[in-house]
Design a protein around this ligand. Structure first.
Ligand SMILES: *Cc1c(COP(=O)(O)O)cnc(C)c1O
Length: 440
């Protein structure tokens, strides 16, 4: 990496000093453009194509994972109201959240219980489909139920899949890959929880552990996979397939909002709060939502105070050329899914004209929110997933310029605030209890 002069950078970007002091901040993106057609790295057709591919796999998923029968093999989660949490936040933070406060329940996604069940599973399925078609074993007109068979498992067992992860991506790739018959290796960062490694090993996945953080685990995985032509590396920092898989969620949200009679238009702005690690998950969702709702959607990413890699990369325009360690932060957080010190530059660049801003949140808040959400709404979400809950507080409580500049203060009555929950259903009972009893 090139040398970065942090003193000079801090003079230009005063927020860096706030980040260093570990105060929660809200950064508003000045590059935010209403016209985002300048983005030609991706085409929305790819997202539509991904949705169709997932439909082709639905009959297979129903057979391979019983839990997807209810949703007919479609991996999707509900959008629900959280009125008790809304009341609590209003009381505690002395603010009035006008409009709806809703939760996108990706902690409940089938198969792997986190937002990674979108991108991760999609990339594995796409890879499997390509191999099967290239080898003359599958046609896209076929009923994909046939993939659930010993002959296909034997075929896929010749191939390997590798991935680097803080935990949840490894779970998604590992569970899906192993089910199809692939040989899967997951390179886990030091943040990864023991139970995730144990569960993967139980499923026959090879888990390699590192003492270092996420970026190192990804680098090692990439390096080892490069030398092996039979190995497909799921590149969390650069993969377009992952990104597109996440983006399919936007088409589903559009349908769900219609069913729920929730409007998104000039008078009904939509605010979305997404927990962010390396950026692929929230980036894909944001890209899709922006394509659908344009200037009527306002998207914010949420990061722990010790790991604001996307904020730092986007604010400085340095993307993956700067890490949170460069400004003296540790990247140590209990929000294991968000413990990433260096953001994806692919995603950061795509987000330049899409994202409204990024905010940071303290671990203390995450644990408090884990408890309150459980008490008030009966919902368990892992700590990382609670970063989104802080969104309305960050945006509404700090006298945001963003709302003024975009003339949104007058429209808040008709607004919908969508907190994107990102994980929780796979967390074992014992670990849940630890989170719920944890005093910060
Ligand atoms: C991975 C993850 C995120 C963030 O996704 P990225 O693609 O890393 O930005 C958020 N929440 C949870 C629970 C996750 O596992």
């Amino acid at each position: 990496m090139s040398q970065i002069n942090i003193d000079q950078l801090s003079e230009k970007y005063l927020l860096i000093n706030e980040l260093k002091s570990l105060n929660p901040v809200l950064w508003e993106n000045d590059n935010y453009l209403i016209d985002n057609d300048t983005n030609n790295q991706l085409h929305f057709d790819e997202v539509i194509d991904a949705e169709k591919r997932l439909e082709r796999f639905a009959p297979y998923l129903m057979l391979a994972f019983q839990e997807t029968t209810k949703s007919k093999g479609i991996i999707e989660s509900d959008i629900i109201e959280i009125p008790h949490m809304k009341m609590l936040i209003e009381e505690k933070y002395d603010l009035h959240i006008q409009g709806n406060l809703m939760l996108k329940c990706d902690h409940q996604l089938p198969i792997s219980g986190s937002i990674k069940a979108r991108g991760g599973i999609y990339e594995v399925l796409k890879h499997a489909e390509r191999l099967a078609i290239e080898n003359g074993l599958l046609n896209i007109e076929d009923n994909y139920e046939k993939l659930h068979s010993d002959s296909f498992r034997k075929f896929f067992s010749q191939y390997k899949i590798a991935v680097g992860s803080t935990g949840n991506l490894g779970l998604s790739i590992g569970i899906m890959g192993a089910k199809l018959g692939f040989n899967v290796t997951v390179h886990m960062s030091s943040d990864a929880k023991e139970w995730k490694k144990a569960l993967l090993r139980e499923k026959g996945v090879t888990v390699i552990e590192y003492d270092s953080d996420y970026s190192k685990a990804v680098d090692e995985g990439r390096r080892q996979a490069e030398t092996d032509p039979m190995c497909h590396f799921v590149d969390d920092e650069n993969s377009k397939d992952l990104f597109v898989g996440y983006a399919v969620s936007a088409l589903r949200v559009q349908q769900q909002f219609k069913q729920l009679n929730i409007k998104v238009d000039q008078d009904h702005p939509l605010f979305v709060y997404l927990p962010c690690g390396v950026g692929g998950g929230p980036g894909g969702v944001a890209y899709g939502l922006k394509q659908i709702y344009g200037e009527n959607v306002h998207i914010f990413f949420a990061e722990p105070v010790q790991s604001p890699c996307m904020l730092l990369g986007m604010m400085t325009g340095l993307h993956d050329q700067i890490s949170v360690q460069d400004i003296g932060l540790t990247n140590k957080t209990e929000a294991d899914g968000l413990a990433v010190g260096r953001a994806s530059s692919f995603v950061g660049k795509v987000m330049e004209p899409v994202l409204s801003g990024c905010y940071t949140v303290e671990d203390r808040f995450l644990f408090e929110s884990v408890k309150r959400m459980y008490e008030r709404e009966g919902i368990f979400m892992e700590p990382s997933a609670h970063a989104g809950v802080y969104g309305p507080i960050s945006l509404l409580n700090k006298g945001s310029d963003y709302l003024n500049r975009h003339g949104l203060n007058e429209k808040l009555e008709g607004a919908t605030h969508l907190v994107w929950s990102t994980g929780g259903n796979m967390v074992p009972e014992e670990q849940r209890r630890l989170y719920l009893e944890y005093t910060y």
